[in-house]
Design a protein around this ligand. Structure first.
Ligand code: KG4
Ligand code: ZN
Length: 342
């Protein structure tokens, strides 16, 4: 990107995301993202999940090159920054500490303010990176590896959780199924790809009976486990012979649970501004089914670019911009927290 002109200069932020296994840095100038660099950790692929200790060490190796790259692509020098933002939670504490310590040290050295961002709020605010942007109030289905929530968004930082998972997250249901199938972590994108040529109606899994807007995925996960055990005892090649249909059927079951709840929430809140966010919102079947549902119900549907669905620092920068505008800064004594609520 070209260097900043004088007009573009007035607010320039660096944001850092390190809550799980992605080390990411982004530069935003005057409300526009100029760079969004992500180092994804391949180290966890064989483990079926993120190993916290390995993640922290990888963040330490990645953070300096990723921040340098983000500044260089943005054409911004360190002394042109007005504030530094970081993810303060929720997430893996060791991973969060790397980003937080780096951001604090850099802000101290440059003598500029620090901005603390809630990762889940940032997923929602990723919708303000590009047009069309949702109007307030809107409902956001936020589905990631650690969370599954329906959020009622009244303003940038006025968010209420209308429903959430009582056990596993939707992303976990994808990832754990993928592990049972012998697929690498993270399993969601791999299953999405395999499901493209599979039959979503070949195998059926039960939908949990939860009357309110909360979710549960543990029953589906157990049903998948028992089903696989039974079929494999009859035919040891069951997975190999049915992989695409199986992925498509599991994906269909997870997506239907999500869509039925958002439809219910839309009715309950009388809201037709509907958005999705978080890693699972990159799922092509969810995007397709939700688009069909939006047409049926006359919803205005907002689906972010896939780059802004999975963990990224651009969403942290976008959220930080709205905090910067109201001078919402934190002191150097701030600490990240593994659990964090709105
Ligand atoms: O938001 P995210 O990047 O990290 C967390 O905050 O957890 O979400 C990661 C989750 C993982 O469970 C991953 O398998 C899932 O998002 N995911 C997908 C897809 N892309 C990422 N799940 C289904 N289909 C996808 N295309
Ligand atoms: Zn996330």
């Amino acid at each position: 990107m070209t260097n900043l002109t004088q007009n573009e200069r007035s607010v320039c932020l660096l944001a850092i995301e390190s809550s799980c296994d992605e080390t990411s840095a982004s530069v935003l100038c005057n409300g526009k993202i100029r760079s969004n660099c992500i180092a994804s950790q391949k180290e966890h692929a064989g483990f079926g999940g993120v190993i916290p200790e390995i993640a922290s060490r990888a963040h330490m190796r990645n953070i300096v090159p990723v921040v340098d790259e983000a500044l260089q692509i943005a054409g911004v020098k360190k002394d042109q920054l007005d504030a530094i933002a970081f993810t303060s939670g929720p997430g893996l504490i060791g991973s969060l500490l790397v980003g937080a310590s780096f951001a604090k040290a850099m802000a101290l050295a440059l003598n500029i303010p620090l901005i603390s961002i809630n990762h889940m709020q940032a997923h929602v605010l990723a919708h303000f990176i590009a047009d069309p942007k949702p109007g307030f109030p809107f409902l956001c289905l936020t589905v990631s590896g650690g969370h599954t929530q329906i959020v009622y968004v009244e303003d940038f930082f006025e968010m209420k959780i209308a429903g959430q998972t009582l056990d596993d997250a939707a992303g976990e249901a994808f990832d754990k199924t993928a592990t049972l199938l012998g697929l690498p972590y993270p399993g969601g994108p791999v299953m999405d790809e395999l499901a493209m040529t599979g039959n979503p109606f070949r195998f059926l899994f039960p939908e949990p009976k939860i009357a309110d807007l909360n979710f549960s995925f543990s029953g589906v996960k157990t049903a998948i486990l028992y089903f696989l055990q039974r079929e494999k005892s009859k035919n040891p090649d069951f997975i190999k012979e049915n992989l695409n249909d199986f992925c498509a059927s599991v994906q269909h079951s997870i997506v239907i649970i999500l869509i039925n709840k958002i439809r219910k929430a839309a009715k309950q809140f009388e809201c037709n501004e509907i958005a999705i966010a978080g890693g699972v919102s990159a799922n092509s079947y969810l995007r397709k089914k939700l688009t069909q549902e939006a047409e049926k119900n006359n919803w205005h549907l907002y689906i972010p670019e896939t780059e802004y669905c999975t963990d990224n620092a651009a969403m942290i920068a976008m959220a930080a911009y709205y905090k910067f505008l109201v001078n919402d800064f934190v002191p150097q004594t701030v600490s990240p927290s593994a659990r964090m609520y709105f």
